[in-house]
Design a binder for this molecule. Structure first.
Ligand code: KG4
Ligand code: ZN
Length: 347
């Protein structure tokens, strides 16, 4: 029985997971999203830390109550140790350490992005290695080959903005609320065929002559696309009218690149499973395009529901369980890190 804790950004989350190996049961999951950042159009680190401080205890108590267990039933505490906002992470890490010290439960620090790798397997029993993973969130865009749990190969990453960041910045240009990803998706879905045709953007960092071994074969970059959108916005004399087409053009371009790079990775490693993770994996057009491209190649695409795609403690508990079962234990010297390597990751 493992208690997961996640406080790396702007969600305070706790979850209870039971079981062993890939045979697990999510007993409870509580996610409290901090609304305060909407006012500022982005996450304000100091406010995030304070909000975690006031909510971590009730959120964890609620997760235990929902699972009908008490702290005495908990064998291990899995807590996100990084990467993320240090002040925010410290709240979860300090709380986790205190719980471990007070109850005698084991303490396991978890890498936030490794959590995202595990998230989809909580909902889809077949979303287990070997697979190609595309993790697309507000802070990261990673293309990873997962040979087995704990054995990862980093294939590509973004050279500038993360995919979610690009969605959020374009949303801001279009005057949409923060975080903007889902607003872009909604607006793009409202575009008529003509509006969709009116704004076409080049799929970023994608060329037919890129070859396996080239640095840009798997890497992505979204700052150029963002600039192209900026020009389209500035060039529009009726943004109210053009916003749908621009949103659609942007989304088509970004999805086009992500799908193609993921298909390249699956092909290069002979994987017939593709697992999506991170907040941008909520985007149904992304999952749809991924399936359209990969199903004919014999690959199955697994996308998590929004609850497990965005930041949550269930995925931290699941990744923590993996390390716990391999004997990993952290001491009370566990710290929070703004950046840290994913354990088991090869360059
Ligand atoms: O994984 P996540 O919850 O937090 C981070 O670890 O960053 O991801 C949040 C990101 C935001 O950038 C948000 O705009 C994006 O996920 N997002 C979406 C959608 N829903 C959330 N992006 C595109 N389409 C969506 N439907
Ligand atoms: Zn995340």
């Amino acid at each position: 029985m493992i208690l997961g804790i996640e406080t790396s950004c702007d969600e305070t989350s706790a979850a209870v997971l039971s079981g062993s190996g890939d045979e697990t049961k999510l007993e409870s999951l509580v996610i409290l999203s901090q609304d305060v950042h909407r006012v500022f159009g982005g996450v304000v680190p100091e406010l995030a830390s304070r909000a975690h401080l006031t909510s971590i205890v009730p959120v964890a108590e609620r997760a235990l109550a929902d699972a009908s267990v008490t702290l005495r039933d908990i064998d291990a505490i899995a807590v996100t140790a990084g990467p993320g906002l240090v002040g925010a992470l410290l709240v979860g890490v300090s709380f986790g350490k205190a719980l471990a010290h007070g109850t005698g439960a084991a303490l396991v620090g978890v890498h936030h992005m490794e959590g995202h790798l595990f998230a989809t397997s909580l909902e889809h029993a077949d979303a287990v290695p070997p697979f190609t993973a595309l993790l697309v969130s507000g802070g990261h865009t990673l293309l990873i080959d997962v040979e087995r749990w704990g054995a990862y190969k980093m294939l590509g990453a973004t050279r500038d903005d993360a995919a979610g960041e690009a969605f959020d910045k374009v949303a801001k240009l279009l005057g949409l609320p923060y975080p903007g990803g889902r607003h872009i998706e909604r607006l793009a879905g409202e575009a008529t065929a003509d509006e969709a045709r009116a704004f076409r953007f080049t799929k970023p960092m994608l060329r037919g002559d890129q070859q396996l071994g080239d640095a840009d074969y798997f890497d992505v970059s979204f700052s150029g696309l963002k600039t192209a959108v900026l020009h389209a916005v500035r060039g529009s004399n009726d943004l109210q009218r053009d916003a749908r087409g621009i949103a659609r053009g942007f989304q088509d371009a970004i999805i086009g690149t992500l799908v193609e790079k993921t298909a390249r990775a699956a092909r290069a490693f002979g994987r017939n499973r593709v697992v999506l993770g991170g907040g941008v994996a909520c985007n149904r057009a992304l999952a749809g395009a991924m399936r359209e491209r990969l199903t004919p190649e014999g690959a199955t695409v697994f996308a998590p529901t929004p609850r497990l795609a965005t930041d949550n403690a269930a995925m931290i508990a699941r990744a923590g369980l993996f390390h716990f079962e391999r004997g990993v234990r952290d001491s009370l010297a566990l710290n929070a890190y703004a950046s840290m390597p994913i354990p088991g990751m090869q360059p």
